[in-house]
Design a protein around this ligand. Sequence first.
Ligand code: GDD
Length: 306
Amino acid sequence: ASTVNTSRIDHVYRDPHENPPLKLVYGDLNDASSLNHLLRQIRPDEIYNLGAQSHVRVSFDIPEYTAEVSGMGTLRLLEAVREAGLKPKFYQASSSELFGKVMEVPQRETTPFYPRSPYACAKAFAFHTVVNYREAYGLFACNGILFNHESERRGETFVTRKITRAVAHIKYGLQHKLYLGNLDAQRDWGYAPDFVEAMWLMLQQELPDDYVVATGEMHSVREFVELAFEHVGIDWKRHVEIDPKYFRPTEVEQLLGDATKAKTQLGWAPKMGFQDMVRRMVAHDVETVRRHVEGHPPVVHERRND
Ligand code: GDD
């Protein structure tokens, strides 16, 4: 992109003591030649493929693009690995969206998939491609089937961050209404830093495998809203309105994961609970808006965007 968009990684990217420094390079999952070139040049030990058009509702508007990036992009990356003659460990960001219209509760590694969006269909293709490359070429490739994971850095159009940002703006009188879609949807929401640890653990094992990563607790969007507004002492019913434009043509009504395999084989367990995570996200957004309102915008770093 021609605009600077490193704000979510600046604490690492701009740290002068980071050794070796984090290096950003240009590449695109839709551009096989860029992937081939980068792999030959870098010869990585580990690859974490988190690249995607990852917004489920948006995938109904741009299905072909979503399939290209999130589905075919994974295949291109794996082909680039093979063509470069490398054997890196490979992590694929698979998703609980694969379970879609759930066939059993809770969902585990053996639960059949029932994708409900172009995004989930693309992720299903990527999931099976990773398994196939593992079996066909002996690649150390793992699928992490991650349930929703949130944090202060969550993109602003996903429901959790949309809510916590709105709460902060409403508290300071900068916004009055929050328009949402389906409040009855239920999700197993974890904290992103905990989940990233699980990704890393998968690549430190002796053998590659696929793992569900989840908290085992399910909450509705309505509960998230109630809790977020409660933290600032505001009655949510006065501010939240339903706008059908946020409904999805086919919805995933509920997701609940069983992470027993990750717990026993990886020794993984989530550390942050649901309530603390909501509180943390609200506190972060309230603080950001407070600084802005009181004329103390966040420190702007010197530009470094090559
Ligand atoms: N985004 C959004 N905006 N979602 C809303 C809204 C709204 O205004 N109102 C209600 N929802 C409901 C959605 O219908 C959905 O059921 C739920 O809130 C969660 O929506 P998102 O936060 O957009 O996440 P997601 O569950 O669809 O997908 C996320 O998690 C997946 C892992 O299970 C994404 O991060 C995916 O990329 C990821 O694979």
